[in-house]
Design a protein around this ligand. Structure first.
Ligand SMILES: *[C@@H]1O[C@H](CO)[C@@H](O)[C@H](O)[C@H]1NC(C)=O
Length: 220
């Protein structure tokens, strides 16, 4: 399904160049579809991706906004899985994450979240092939912000970049990793056909507090 996406630093020059150009394509795509001063590292792939608040997992700045406009092929729908949702606010007036069906003035709200340490286990689904994700921050002191993944709804087994192999009891399993697990240090992800592999978790993922997509993706 879909195209293979690989993001990150390669070990060799040639591979590194390839990886870098893919990263640039992804970044350019992302730029067109995200706006505001509160956007964290995000990968907006054509059928899956990952979004985060600025500075994640550190707290996001005061008084920022970001809007991501996500489009998947016509006829498909989008769903979202939350890895982290930690937004300091009691009334959802100035600090919140909001999802809308559609893009532009016709969009309509699906859901709005605020609160520290929220656990959203279920997938949040759109009714159509476009979604706007809006993150607003006012004055606050704490909260990691958010980190989420999306894909088209045929991937019911979508996981987030924070899931690890040890989160699943089976020895072998098939899970759908989102395209790109870009973190604040621009770490790697993997390829859809070959799976996501652990890349030195001691030296990378862990010190920034954002583990990579560590799963072995077993092809079906
Ligand atoms: C937001 O502003 C308040 C008041 O000026 C300040 O105390 C707080 O540290 C700021 N929060 C962040 C995340 O910078």
């Amino acid at each position: 399904m879909g195209r293979a996406v690989m993001v990150g630093r390669g070990p060799t020059g040639a591979a590194g160049g390839l990886v870098l150009s893919v990263l640039l394509i992804l970044t350019t795509e992302g730029c067109r579809a995200q706006k505001g001063d509160g956007c964290g590292p995000s990968v907006l792939g054509p059928s899956s991706g990952t979004l985060s608040s600025l500075g994640y997992p550190r707290t996001y700045p005061n008084n920022t906004v970001c809007e991501w406009e996500i489009s998947v092929p016509r006829g498909k729908r989008i769903h979202f899985r939350f890895a982290s949702l930690d937004i300091e606010d009691s009334d959802c007036q100035v600090n919140y994450l909001r999802l809308y069906n559609g893009i532009g003035p016709e969009r309509s709200e699906i859901v709005k979240y605020c609160g520290l340490g929220l656990k959203v286990k279920e997938l949040i689904e759109s009714t159509g092939n476009q979604v706007t994700v809006q993150f607003m921050s006012g004055t606050h002191h704490t909260g990691h912000g958010f980190y989420l993944s999306y894909s088209t709804t045929e991937h019911a087994d979508l996981i987030t970049c924070l899931d690890k192999g040890s989160d699943f009891p089976q020895a072998e399993f098939s899970k759908y990793c989102p395209a790109g697990c870009l973190t604040s240090t621009e770490e790697i992800s993997g390829t859809v056909p070959n799976g996501y592999r652990e890349v030195s978790p001691q030296s990378r993922g862990m010190h920034v507090g954002v583990p990579l997509c560590l799963l072995h993706h077993v092809s079906r």
